[in-house]
Design a protein around this ligand. Structure first.
Ligand SMILES: *Cc1c(COP(=O)(O)O)cnc(C)c1O
Length: 379
């Protein structure tokens, strides 16, 4: 089956007891057992597994070309659980332009538990070789990154990771691209992590995360961690993401179509010094992006000539673009990473340009979106 069909059907069939076409929201914490230690259909307790969450997990696995998927209460819960496969003393190489919350978790929390991190620019896979230590057990990348939309060659990073004697796990945070644009497991990654809060949910009405993989042994280890740590996605939230996934392909196509037109508009503005979009021919990794992604996605970053002051004036002047953190919903959002989503990187090597503006381009009419940006630029 092709992607669009999988998005609507995988993991789901009409409810056998009522014929309900949509997966029911199983709001129950526990399940009746037929005898002692004899759960009726494999369900015992909803932290361990819940039927609505299972439908979502199976759909996620299919969309990423994996064999298993696990859903968590947030992207950060999924990220934290991913790192718990490691032990004190292990070393992780992380991309140097990762989501601010990911950097905060690695740098401020997990270091205290004995994990060691090196942040490297993974757009050049050679940098991995330099960052390797005898204890390297995981490589964590985002591509495209947040907020600079830098692209790493997943296949090349995977080959580099496999050259280390420990065969460190390659984890790709696929939040920005989604499986519709890029399937990291096919390119050699061991694990895919998502913030489902973004494009997978797609409607800015749910917070969730996921880990997806192919290797069965890893799947068992992560199912154990999910149950033991307990940061699971609830049934109602699972339903909302499952519903969002059905339109993922059509949404992503429109996000990208709108984004391409906005990139052209921004490129023609004298008040903008730099526009960053993965499929823009001027993007430093456009070649890799067009090779491993189906389209350029819905995220655009650009730098205002007037720096922080001009950026603030602009983002406070839009009427259609909502000034807010987050991304990936049907509605367009605008923000200043240095002051908002990436404030936690202030003073570190990951600090971003204060004049950088990030757009999450929605699926409204693109002429309305451009008119809004145009009037805000004139403020
Ligand atoms: C939002 C985001 C996260 C964190 O996800 P939450 O659902 O907010 O916990 C992780 N990675 C990326 C790339 C994100 O954009």
């Amino acid at each position: 089956m092709k992607f669009e069909t999988i998005a609507i059907h995988a993991g789901q069939q009409a409810d056998p007891s009522t014929g309900a076409v949509m997966t029911p929201v199983y709001l129950t914490s526990t399940f009746e057992q037929d005898g002692v230690g004899r759960p009726r259909q494999g369900y015992e307790y909803s932290r361990t597994l819940n039927p609505t969450r299972k439908a979502l997990q199976d759909c996620l696995a299919a969309l990423e070309n994996g064999t298993w998927g696990l859903a968590f209460a947030s992207g950060m819960a999924a990220t934290d659980t991913t790192l718990r496969i490691l032990s004190a003393g292990d070393h992780v190489i992380s991309g140097n332009d990762v989501y601010g919350g990911t950097f905060r978790l690695f740098d401020k929390i997990l270091r205290r538990f004995g994990l060691d991190f090196t942040f490297a620019d993974t757009t050049d896979p050679e940098n991995l070789a330099e960052a390797f230590t005898p204890n390297t057990r995981m490589v964590w990348i985002e591509t495209p990154t947040n907020p600079l939309l830098a692209v790493s060659d997943i296949r090349a990073v995977a080959a580099m990771a496999k050259s280390h004697p420990n065969r460190p796990l390659l984890v790709v945070d696929n939040t920005f691209a989604t499986p519709y644009l890029q399937q990291p497991l096919d390119l050699g990654a061991d694990l895919v992590v998502h913030s489902m809060t973004k494009y997978l949910g797609g409607h800015s009405d749910v917070v969730g995360g996921a880990i997806i993989g192919r290797d069965a042994e890893l799947g068992e280890k992560f199912a154990f961690l999910q149950n033991a740590m307990g940061g699971v996605l609830g049934p109602m939230d699972s339903f909302l993401v499952l519903r969002g996934l059905k339109t993922l392909p059509v949404r992503m196509d429109r996000h990208a179509l709108n984004a391409e037109k906005i990139v052209a508009f921004l490129g023609a503005q004298p008040t903008v010094t730099r526009v960053i979009y993965p499929f823009d021919p001027g993007h430093p990794q456009a070649g890799v992006a067009t090779k491993q992604m189906r389209n350029g996605g819905g995220m655009i970053s650009f730098v205002m000539k007037g720096g922080r002051e001009a950026a603030v004036r602009m983002v406070e002047s839009t009427r259609l673009f909502t000034l807010a953190e987050s991304l990936g919903g049907v509605e367009s959002l605008i923000e200043i990473p240095a002051a908002m989503t990436h404030a936690s990187t202030q003073g570190s090597s990951l600090q971003v340009d204060p004049g950088l503006v990030r757009l999450s381009v929605g699926i409204e009419n693109v002429e309305d979106l451009i008119a809004d940006l145009d009037q805000a630029m004139r403020e």
